[in-house]
Design a protein around this ligand. Structure first.
Ligand SMILES: [Zn+2]
Length: 510
């Protein structure tokens, strides 16, 4: 290595390589889908991941509240109502309420769960970041800016029997009403969060990320820090006011450390919140198909896609439900009919459920998938989809066999950017429930590793810079204690020995 690039190798082109006794060098992992700054910010939140009861939820909130200075918001994230619902038996009245996310039944938290914060405004995000609960103090602040008697387009304000907001806000109600009211950390705090995010990713063997970011954050925080973070960031712009200001894609200069590659749009929500748009109703909410949101709801998705592609951007579409995937493919077909090339420049994000007809339509298209979402969602997905539809859930292998191009990521901070645990799920089918689900959708180790290295690099348009151990490419390396290609993934996963970025050891555990 000459510092930043690989200058010589005994086995050029390898995906992984044994360097000495039991140590394996792979290209450093590439996480195709993170929220880098949000991740850095979430590292400072109260952590509600894995919390399995209201008491535990309140205990975490109280501890954070007591540790915070006065006059700042309490921010928390990671809760999942499935974790406490499985501990309480559903009853008939709950079931009849269940279909409507508009009411506060079925175990979703409300403002009283945050009562310990008193007059301190508090917001706690569900693990998918599509739903949040705020306390009374925060609701009062939001009500000063917005009329809470009506739901915003594409969002829901949950209400009690008397019609008053419970504090639970879904989709656009969370994003457009609550988020703008939460004070931004100052620039010094944001810089510290960006550094923390980079260190966290290095610890997981990651040297390159595809990151979903707002233009203002790229300009104010990421661009000034680009040569300090030791991480290559390929940013996708989240700003999505229609009509799109395409010049945002050029809001900062591009170099090897930071480059804006495209724009993102949301087609639907999530399975956990039953807002993912399905072809057939939810089994546990028989009158609901979920929802289309934003440009998919307003009918502007194809225009957005065609315009972005024709300008040369890599266009990313969030599609979790099988109907959302179909809408993404229909928009892609429409764009291609109008003459723009969509094959290499279109990323379907998530693809968590897919009808077989649509899987076949994915040939040559990028599927940017997050195996750890399967790990955590397999349990909750079963009542949503029903056993008969589970063969549409996380079809890694079926996509691969249909000729789709797979790039893997985490969606951090939704889940940890743990590429090895993600590979274990993709290869061995492991899920949080412990059971091996849908083994027929599992991948060979080599395909899974490529989805986190050279394929991810191509998806993010940096295949000529990183993602392969090859002379002339970046000396970004992760050293593992086992060969990932021969490892018995059903029993254990390799451990990271160290992470090397541009030829320098950045992270060594312990
Ligand atoms: Zn995401």
């Amino acid at each position: 290595m000459d510092g930043s690039k690989i200058v010589a190798m005994d086995d050029a082109g390898a995906v992984d390589q044994e360097i000495d006794g039991g140590e394996f060098a792979c290209p450093a992992f590439i996480d195709s889908h993170v929220h880098f700054l949000l991740g850095g910010r979430a590292l400072a939140h109260a952590h509600l991941a894995g919390v399995s009861s209201r008491e535990e939820f309140e205990r975490v909130i109280r501890a954070k509240h007591e540790a915070l200075p006065d006059n700042v918001w309490l921010e928390a994230s990671g809760w999942d109502q499935g974790n406490w619902q499985k501990n309480s038996k559903p009853n008939a009245s709950m079931h009849t309420q269940d279909h409507a996310l508009k009411n506060s039944g079925h175990g979703m938290p409300d403002q009283t769960w945050l009562a310990t914060c008193g007059n301190r405004p508090a917001i706690a995000w569900r693990m998918d970041q599509h739903v949040c609960v705020v306390n009374r103090a925060a609701l009062n602040i939001i009500a000063q800016r917005h009329d809470l008697s009506r739901d915003p387009v594409g969002g829901t304000i949950a209400r009690d029997a008397a019609g008053n907001p419970t504090g639970l806000l879904l989709e656009q109600a969370a994003w457009t009403l609550a988020i703008p009211c939460v004070p931004e950390p100052n620039s010094q705090a944001l810089r510290a969060m960006a550094h923390a995010a980079a260190r966290h990713l290095h610890a997981h063997g990651i040297a390159t990320v595809g990151s979903m970011e707002y233009a203002r954050d790229i300009i104010a925080t990421l661009s000034p820090l680009r040569h300090e973070l030791n991480i290559r960031i390929l940013a996708t712009i989240l700003d999505r006011q229609w009509p799109i200001d395409w010049s945002l894609g050029e809001c900062v200069a591009a170099d090897d450390a930071l480059r804006i590659i495209g724009f993102k749009s949301f087609i639907d929500g999530t399975l956990g919140s039953r807002t993912a748009r399905m072809l057939e109703p939810y089994c546990d909410a028989p009158e609901s198909l979920g929802m289309f949101v934003e440009l998919a709801e307003s009918g502007k998705l194809s225009d957005w896609l065609r315009e972005g592609l024709s300008r040369g951007w890599s266009m990313s579409m969030h599609a979790i439900g099988d109907a959302a995937l179909r809408a993404a493919l229909n928009a892609a077909d429409a764009a291609e009919k109008s003459g723009v090339r969509a094959r290499e420049s279109l990323r379907i994000e998530h693809g968590q459920t897919a009808h077989p007809i649509d899987i076949a339509r994915c040939e040559d298209r990028w599927l940017s998938m997050q195996p750890l979402h399967k790990y955590f969602d397999a349990g909750p997905a079963l009542p949503r989809l029903g056993a008969a539809r589970m063969d549409r859930f996380f079809c890694f292998k079926q996509f691969h066999e249909a000729g789709a191009r797979l790039a893997f990521g985490s969606d951090w901070p939704i889940v940890e950017p743990d590429c090895l645990q993600a590979m274990q799920t993709a290869i061995a089918g492991a899920t949080a429930a412990g059971a091996v689900t849908e083994h027929r959708s599992s991948l060979d180790a080599e395909i899974a590793l490529q989805a986190f290295t050279n394929q991810a690099a191509k998806c993010l348009r940096v295949g000529d810079r990183c993602g392969t151990l090859k002379v002339g490419l970046a000396a970004d390396i992760v050293s593992l204690d086992r060969d990932p290609l021969t490892n018995d993934w059903s029993n254990h996963k390799p451990n990271i020995r160290f992470t090397c970025v541009a030829g320098e050891r950045i992270h060594a555990p312990g």
